[in-house]
Design a protein around this ligand. Structure first.
Ligand SMILES: [Zn+2]
Length: 262
């Protein structure tokens, strides 16, 4: 977990970002596959504790909100101007509009910066990509603008990431039998007068239960919500192993489903 603060940062706490790492497929030599999933504020600095940007196999941007995106241009700086530039552009998966955003955010006068840093792939619902030892599947979620959750599968199991989303049948498909469901739980309560573009903890728990996800990791909590209450409400609705995402935490798969354990 490179960062998990929802919607805006908290003091010393980064917004959404995760590093997926998969061992080489059984019998295959090589290095782990590494995918940076969402580039919220503060996550690049935390990523660099683990791996240089140039050593990533791919980057996944779920949608064009700043709390999932703001560090991506700086990753472009690192790839173009850093001490370890990319030997080849890093595959970058993201929604429509990402290329225009990067063209405006990367430096003027360096027209090749975008092409030097990134190999862009525009996401659509149901797209599948093989990246090293992982298969990545895009699942469109319900967030008011094009947003893509990620289902990542490898020998170690399946991680499903909700990105940001309101309640949606697509999330059930995304999380079906996943070994770990990394699910947003932004709102303590559904606010009045705003479309349902996020989940409450109870909704996240119900989705995890319906999808028979083996473990539930709650993320993207607004910094002004009560984490203990969020976890308790999600557990009540889910019934399985559930925990809160914590910046810096590592979750190794496959892991046993341990009902009720924190
Ligand atoms: Zn967000």
């Amino acid at each position: 977990v490179l960062g998990c603060a929802g919607t805006f940062p908290a003091p010393g706490a980064a917004c959404s970002g995760y590093l997926l790492e998969a061992a080489p497929a059984a019998g295959q030599p090589g290095v782990p596959t590494r995918v940076w999933v969402d580039a919220g504020a503060g996550t690049l600095a935390n990523l660099l504790r683990q791996v240089p940007v140039a050593a990533l196999d791919a980057i996944w941007i779920s949608h064009l909100h700043a709390d999932h995106l703001s560090d991506l241009p700086l990753a472009g700086h690192a790839l173009c101007f850093g001490p370890r530039p990319a030997a080849a552009p890093i595959p970058l998966f993201g929604p429509p509009g990402l290329e225009a955003f990067l063209r405006s955010a990367l430096p003027d006068g360096v027209p090749t910066a975008l092409a030097t840093a990134f190999e862009l792939h525009e996401l659509h619902d149901g797209d599948r990509f093989g990246v090293g030892a992982l298969e990545l599947e895009a699942v469109a979620t319900d967030h008011g603008l094009p947003t893509f959750g990620l289902r990542a599968s490898g020998d170690g199991g399946t991680v499903a990431y909700s990105a940001d989303s309101g309640p949606s049948d697509a999330l059930g498909r995304l999380a079906r039998d996943a070994d770990l469901f990394l699910c947003e739980a932004t709102w303590a309560r559904r606010p009045a007068g705003i479309p349902p573009i996020h989940l409450t903890p109870t909704e996240a728990g119900r989705l995890a239960a319906g999808a028979r996800a083996k473990r539930l990791l709650l993320t993207h909590l607004r910094p002004d919500t009560d984490p203990g209450r969020t976890l308790a409400e999600a557990r009540d609705a889910y019934g399985g192993w559930a925990a809160l995402a914590v910046e810096g935490a590592v979750h190794e798969l496959p892991g046993p489903a341990r009902p009720g354990e924190a």
